[in-house]
Design a binder for this molecule. Structure first.
Ligand SMILES: [Ca+2]
Ligand SMILES: [Ca+2]
Length: 113
């Protein structure tokens, strides 16, 4: 997904999860939201409350108990950048292990696709 498509997806999900339509997410709304956009895809809603509270606090930068779009997007967008950087590093490490000939044939394959 491009950054723009991802932002659009997250924003739509944010609006859909905002049942009170007050432009912020409180805990039950946040749970719905986070299960859909969580990049690690490990949350199913049955996690202990303390786990959710930790995540919620991470997002709630001004600690006022609800999450604005800006707060949510700041955290998610930074996570996504970090993940992209990590996968780039892994790919670079893998490339470094290849011999010159393997690398040449890999690039040949990539160019043919
Ligand atoms: Ca709301
Ligand atoms: Ca807040």
């Amino acid at each position: 997904m491009t950054d723009f498509a991802y932002e659009k997806y997250v924003k739509t999900t944010f609006d859909e999860s905002d049942f009170g339509k007050d432009k912020t997410l409180v805990m039950p709304e946040f749970k719905m939201f986070y299960m859909k956009v969580d990049p690690s895809e490990v949350f199913h809603g049955d996690e202990p409350e303390i786990v959710w509270e930790r995540i919620f606090q991470l997002f709630d930068q001004n600690q006022d108990g609800d999450l604005t779009w800006t707060e949510v997007w700041n955290v998610l967008y930074n996570n996504k950048q970090e993940q992209a950087a990590t996968s780039r590093e892994v790919a670079t490490d893998e490339l470094a292990k290849l011999s010159g000939q393997e690398r040449a044939s890999l690039f040949k394959q990539l160019n043919e696709e």
